[in-house]
Write a protein that binds this ligand. Structure first.
Ligand code: NAD
Length: 484
């Protein structure tokens, strides 16, 4: 199967192609476009035209909303096929892909509804004037997404962008373009109301195609999700070009904090779910488990016992709890981090490649115990690796939790609600869960403090990121100023 770029509702060949690999088996799933800077420029021109002079400008908010509802309907109608494709492409267990696809549709519905709720404000200026704001779409937006939730994270950006009235060029991660291209195919076939050029998809390498989008003088904003170092590159590219607007959803090393009075059974489930879901390839992974010293030994024993029961294997099997990591290259990165961990920390579980599954990129769920200074406690590994860090009292927990350059997420577990709320206030992170970790809703804002990002996705805040605010000042007085 050879898939091309989706530009102005047509399939357009790029300069070169690249294979897309199934990480569970190593087989080639498809060949996709490997876009050059020129290929990206073609897509940007289509988006520019659709925004500047195409019908999208005059499409009403109600019509935009209906188009998003139609997209959501199509996703739900083809949910089973999309989920299977997602699992084959990125390796996540099929049950998780099914969940993600439904979430993707929910996101489109939410922003479909919001299209008609965009509104400005009026301001109390002196009597001889009226002052108000208009909300307007930012323009052409480049959407750059990673490989861990390929379809879902694309919809987190596409939903608010289209709802706001922007046109987009979407670049999937090089490893996982398939569900996004399939989404474009379904939209082309089933949502004919979408004008050409509003949604464009270009696949390709980050430093080539992604960079071309970031540095384009014709793009008004970049909405980026990916690693913190890449986020830095994006900011440099934006500074080198037209100072376009930018929002960044970046990495994390999130603390999952357990006090001695927590329910040990629920807590150890939460510690494992917090980090091992999606093979640990989660930006908000609770990859630092902070455990109060009194319960540390018992906590660790229970984590070890439950980890031994985690079923690794064919991600299309409904009983599988952990699939392969996304690629050979990523597996090698994760294994290198584990090898460093073995030098500096106590290995408690796992610690290598799953030898029983040699055909795919399977890494054992791995637990280390160390202090917060070890590199495995500081660097984002983005794989099934967790570091357990014992702590003394509440102040100690807060100090360790905040001792990181990241600030995406945190969780706190205790039966003492006063303590939980003190920790919620003290931890510098964009989301803090209490007695749970990872639930995520489109109605609520998502984003990071510190080096975990700029701006927020989802909710009303997420839509604001795709809007400009224009102040309008109307003079009501007909008398001359009398200044000259
Ligand atoms: P990555 O930074 O390598 O790639 C992300 C995207 O950026 C890909 O599409 C890639 O092609 C593109 N890219 C790479 N170099 C680029 C460049 N120079 N210019 C423009 N685009 C470029 O990240 P990844 O490995 O795909 O994803 C993992 C990272 O994403 C982790 O750090 C994770 O924490 C982060 N992430 C964050 C969130 C969040 O909501 N905060 C969500 C998911 C993933």
């Amino acid at each position: 199967m050879e898939l091309r770029n989706f530009i102005a509702n047509e399939w357009v060949a790029a300069t070169a192609t690249r294979p897309v690999i199934d990480p569970a088996t190593g087989t080639v799933l498809a060949t996709v476009a490997e876009s050059s800077a020129d290929d990206v420029a073609t897509a940007v021109r289509a988006a520019r035209e659709a925004f500047d002079s195409g019908p999208w400008r005059t499409t009403t908010a109600q019509a935009r909303g209906r188009i998003l509802f139609e997209m959501a309907r199509v996703v739900r109608q083809h949910a089973a096929a999309l989920a299977e494709l997602e699992t084959r492409n990125c390796g996540k267990p099929i049950v998780e892909s099914e969940f993600d696809v439904q979430d993707a549709a929910t996101c489109l519905e939410y922003y479909g509804g919001l299209a008609t709720k965009i509104h400005g404000e009026t301001f109390s200026v002196p009597d001889n004037a009226i002052n108000l704001t208009l909300k307007e779409p930012i323009g052409v937006v480049g959407l750059i997404v990673p490989w861990n939730y390929p379809l879902l994270l694309a919809m987190w950006k596409l939903g608010p962008a289209l709802s706001a009235g922007c046109t987009v060029v979407l670049k999937p991660a090089e490893q996982t373009p398939l569900t996004i291209l399939e989404f474009a195919r379904l939209v082309r076939e089933h949502v004919p109301e979408l004008p050409p050029g509003v949604l464009n998809v270009v696949s390709g390498d980050g430093p080539v195609a992604g960079r071309a989008l970031v540095e384009s003088m014709e793009v008004d904003k970049i909405a980026f999700t990916g690693g913190t170092d890449t986020g830095r590159e994006v900011l440099h590219g934006v500074a080198r070009s037209n100072l376009k607007k930018v929002s960044l959803e970046l990495g994390g090393k999130s603390p999952n904090i357990f006090f001695a009075d927590c329910d040990l059974d629920a807590a150890t489930d939460g510690a494992l779910f917090g980090v091992f879901i999606n093979q640990g390839e989660v930006c908000s992974a609770g990859s630092r488990v902070l455990v109060q010293r009194e319960i540390a030994a018992e906590f660790m024993a229970r984590m070890q016992e439950k980890t031994a029961r985690i079923r690794l294997g064919n991600p299309l099997d409904r009983a599988t709890k952990m699939g392969p990591v996304v690629s050979q290259e990523h597996m090698e990165r994760v294994l290198a981090a584990i090898a460093r961990g073995r030098q500096e920390a106590r290995l408690v579980a796992g610690g290598g490649r799953a030898e029983s599954l040699p055909q795919g990129c399977f890494v054992e769920p791995t637990i280390f115990e160390s202090d917060n200074a070890a590199s495995i406690a500081r660097e984002e590994i983005f794989g099934p690796v967790v570091t357990v860090i014992p702590f003394g009292d509440e102040d100690d927990a807060i100090r360790i939790a905040n001792d990181t350059p990241y600030g995406l997420a945190a969780a706190v577990w205790s039966r003492d609600i006063f303590r939980c709320l003190r920790v919620v206030k003290a931890v510098r992170a964009g989301i803090v869960w209490v007695n749970t970790m990872q639930p995520c809703y489109v109605e609520a804002p998502w984003g990071g403090y510190k080096q975990s990002g700029h701006g927020r996705e989802m909710s009303l805040h997420g839509q604001e990121e795709f809007l400009e605010t224009k102040q309008v000042h109307i003079n009501l007085s007909e008398t001359p100023l009398g200044w000259y």
